[in-house]
Write a protein that binds this ligand. Structure first.
Ligand code: AMP
Ligand code: MG
Length: 349
């Protein structure tokens, strides 16, 4: 039986003590971060880490992000840290940026999926930081969801699928950002390679004077046998059971709307719905399809906050096909489109 700790109003000390005890004894805790909920275990305990893979049904080759409360803690588990990596941590931590660093081999090999590197970040969320501090150990925590499902941004969305597998759920309300951290790896030429986009964007990293490159697999599927920088790129992600189609963004919204009109005309035997911006609702309603508004147009922060919860709703809408309006691929929009392209399994309109 799992227990729920409600930390939405404040962190309760006696419950925090119990959470740290569960972590230290090798148990699993679901807790909020500023990005999405994590399912965490003591990163130094191989058996505890194995329980995360088991609970999520996560492929063994997909390494976990290790959450720390300080740069000091990073140094205990990594070998060399260069100036660029140091700058990234100093400028963006605590925050939604995971830096891939050289492991010194102390963390068990299931955390890193046998790689010589380890992904580390310091979350910008008091509940998460207090749990790490109290446990006194780094916490390995992938997103709290069964593998392949959308990540959890509120406890209600994930409780059912994980309740048999986790000792403690910590409720911290809706997460702020709603999509997972930006994952970066610094290469030999000191270029910051974005392996997974997130709230901290290419533009944000360039602004602190660093060279940045977006990995090509951010928008492209991985071909069979192709080598990737980050194992997570290969795996199926976020897709609802209902067929979903991503409608590409256009400055001229009438072009987007004409594409939908044509699609509906060509699929008149299907029940079609659309996840759209509130400003476009009227137009799509007039086409006679079901509309679910996700955010106001150009409010990408509101969209990122809602996206995973909305992806979870699609299968309950009683439709055959769901179209999702896309956003411009800039700043956090790059991250939103990366998640949507995967959720739509590369079906693009
Ligand atoms: P999740 O925690 O489920 O949001 O996924 C973590 C992401 O970080 C996955 O895409 C992993 O493949 C990636 N990742 C974690 N550690 C490493 C690493 N050492 N090298 C490359 N990618 C990593
Ligand atoms: Mg995940």
């Amino acid at each position: 039986m799992s227990i729920i700790c409600d930390f939405r109003e404040n962190i309760k000390n006696d419950e925090l003590k119990n959470i740290s005890k569960v972590i230290k004894e090798g148990g699993l805790v679901v807790f909020p971060t500023e990005t999405v909920y994590g399912i965490g275990a003591d990163a130094t305990n191989k058996e505890a880490v194995a329980k995360i893979f088991e609970a999520k049904g996560r492929p063994q080759d997909n390494p976990l992000i290790v959450h720390v409360d300080s740069i000091k803690m990073v140094k205990e588990y990594t070998s060399s840290i260069n100036d660029t990596e140091k700058k990234l941590m100093e400028m963006f931590w605590p925050g939604p940026l995971t830096v891939i660093l050289k492991s010194n081999g102390i963390l068990p090999d299931n955390v890193t999926a046998g790689l010589s590197t380890v992904g580390i970040r310091m979350p910008d969320n008091n509940i998460a930081l207090e749990i790490i501090k109290k446990a006194g150990t780094p916490i390995a925590a992938p997103s709290a969801n069964v593998s392949g499902r959308p990540s959890g941004t509120k406890l209600e969305d994930i409780y059912e699928e994980l309740k048999e597998k986790v000792e403690v759920f910590v409720n911290g309300g809706n997460t702020d950002i709603g999509i997972e951290s930006t994952v970066v790896k610094v290469d030999e030429e000191n270029v910051v390679n974005i392996l997974r986009p997130g709230k901290i964007s290419k533009e944000d990293i360039e602004e602190i004077g660093l060279k940045v490159r977006l990995d090509k697999h951010i928008f492209e599927d991985v071909k069979d046998g192709e080598k990737v920088e980050s194992p997570g790129m290969k795996h199926r992600h976020y897709a609802p059971k209902t067929k979903t189609i991503l409608l590409e963004y256009n400055e001229d919204s009438s072009i987007m709307q004409d594409k939908v009109r044509e699609y509906i005309d060509n699929n008149s035997n299907k029940k079609i719905g659309i996840i759209c911006f509130s400003e476009h609702e009227e137009y799509y309603k007039n086409m006679g399809i079901k509309c679910i508004t996700i955010s106001s147009v150009n409010n990408n922060l509101e969209m990122s906050r809602n996206i995973f919860s909305y992806l979870r709703k699609i299968d309950k809408l009683n439709i055959d096909i769901c179209i999702i309006e896309g956003v411009k691929k800039e700043k956090i929009g790059t991250a939103i489109m990366n998640r949507l392209i995967r959720a739509c399994e590369y079906n693009i309109l």
